[in-house]
Design a protein around this ligand. Structure first.
Ligand code: CMC
Length: 428
């Protein structure tokens, strides 16, 4: 064994191999630790635990680097479009012109959802959060395509499930919004590209057409690309963990949507706008809220700041900040909460509390501002994140399956009562 790690436990030495990734990141492979020594490792929140080897996304949080399949996020955001990036993530290479045409053509062919799904949608009250609807509806796809439950599906069958999911999620997402505002749903128009079609289903009315603005389409493409994958985050790990039990693609992604919904994860983009609104309603004093965020007795956190892995500027935030400026200028929007956002950013970036903890604005700090400018309602922000993250979830589920990974099953250190005898109810 050349490079290795040595652990000494109760006077006995154990050696473990070191694993090195293609970007030279290193891990200690402790798979044999328990069987050899009886010990496990303890790492609450998996802050320092590699759960898999993956060839999809590389990110270096210290340097602020993000690559999909080796391609820098900055280049993809500038030159590519969402469907092409989805192909890249799922199949591992940039498509040829023919491959891209086939892939997007197939997605267009599957955008319609079964009419019976509308009945499920109708059953939700208008108070339902669109993320809850999205998760339930994606899980319901198993009912319409029961063959997807077979863990031994052929490559062609898996590809069809992937196409269906990519196609139907935007219809379901737009319909979940229409349901929440009590409006009739719009059917997909397959002559439109992916993002334009989504905008049409979101914003067209039976009474008037929706005029598609290329600036808006561009911004949506960019936002979806920036959210498309982020290696082993909470929702992606959920997708892989659920999928490791041989659950279907639809059930695994449905679980990922639920995980993404949380305000510490994808729900942060909604929480950012709510926080900015709260600051505005309170008189617009950003310093007061910075102080609240620093106060350990106050549960308030500055939403859109800090990240589990980025201890530098989130590279996605840089791109989105620029895009936000462009979109607001192009659309002639002057949003007062933008001023509050800029003040907050400036104050936090110069405050020792945030500097010492390396708390920079993350992707969600700006994405909500763009979504708002585009007319997307606040409780749809996390749905937009889910639309963007879908190809990443699919790619990770597919990789997990192709690598034949074992069922995920962490261990624990038990801290409860030791064995005791049952006490009859009258004696308690
Ligand atoms: N406001 C104030 N203090 C903060 C914040 C914040 N937003 N984030 C972290 N801290 C403090 C935290 O109190 C702790 O301080 P101390 O060391 O004195 O106890 C220190 O910074 C480290 O925080 P942590 O909670 O240990 O860090 P974490 O890696 O567990 O959490 C996080 C990461 C994203 C959950 C957290 O930064 C947070 O809650 N941010 C706000 C929510 C948010 O914007 N989430 C979106 C993340 S980006 C989208 C995505 O990829 O999901």
């Amino acid at each position: 064994m050349s490079e290795h790690a040595e652990i000494i436990l109760e006077g006995k030495s154990y050696k473990f191999p070191v694993v090195t990734g293609t970007e030279n990141e290193k891990a200690i492979d402790i798979a044999a630790l328990r069987s050899e020594s009886g010990y496990i490792t303890l790492d609450s929140g998996y802050k320092n635990t590699g759960a898999t080897k993956s060839a999809i996304t590389f990110l270096d949080g210290e340097q602020g680097i993000l690559h999909y399949r080796g391609y820098p996020i900055e280049q993809l955001a500038e030159k590519s479009n969402f469907v092409e990036v989805a192909y890249l993530l799922i199949y591992g290479a940039l498509p040829t012109a023919q491959e891209l045409e086939d892939f997007s053509g197939k997605i267009k062919m599957h955008t319609l959802v079964n009419e019976d799904m509308r009945k499920i949608l109708d059953g939700f009250p208008s108070t339902a959060h669109p993320m809850g609807i999205l998760s339930a509806m994606i899980s319901s796809l198993t009912a319409f395509y029961p063959e997807s439950l077979n863990p031994n599906q052929s490559k062609e069958e898996v590809d069809l499930s992937i196409i269906r999911l990519m196609a139907k999620i935007s219809t379901i997402a737009a319909w979940s919004y229409k349901n929440s505002v009590g409006h009739p749903v719009n059917y997909p128009k397959n002559k439109l590209d992916y993002c334009s079609n989504f905008l049409h289903m979101m914003f067209a009315f039976p009474t008037e057409d929706y005029e598609i603005n290329p600036v808006v389409v561009d911004a949506i493409n960019k936002l979806l690309i920036l959210h498309a994958d982020h290696e082993q985050n909470c929702s992606t790990s959920t997708v892989r963990l659920v999928g490791s039990a041989n659950a279907s693609l639809y059930s695994s992604v449905s679980a990922g949507i639920s995980a993404l919904w949380g305000p510490l994860h994808g729900g942060a983009n909604q929480a950012v706008i709510e926080m900015l609104e709260q600051i505005k309603a309170d008189g617009g004093d950003s310093k007061k809220f910075i102080a609240k965020a620093k106060d350990k007795d106050d549960p308030f956190r500055l939403m859109g700041f800090g990240h589990r892995v980025y201890k530098n500027f989130d590279p996605r935030a840089r791109i989105i900040k620029k895009a936000a400026d462009e979109v607001l200028t192009a659309l002639g929007i002057n949003d007062p909460i933008l001023t509050i956002a800029m003040e907050l950013e400036e104050a936090a970036l110069n405050d020792p509390y945030f500097v010492e903890r390396k708390l920079y604005p993350n992707v969600d700090f700006y994405s909500g501002i763009i979504y708002r400018a585009l007319g997307i309602p606040t409780d749809m922000f996390t749905v937009m994140f889910a639309l963007g993250r879908l190809p990443g979830w699919i790619a990770q589920w597919k990789e997990m399956r192709e690598q034949k990974e074992p069922i995920g099953r962490p261990r624990q250190i038990y801290t409860g009562e030791t064995e005791r005898n049952y006490v009859d109810i009258e004696k308690r």
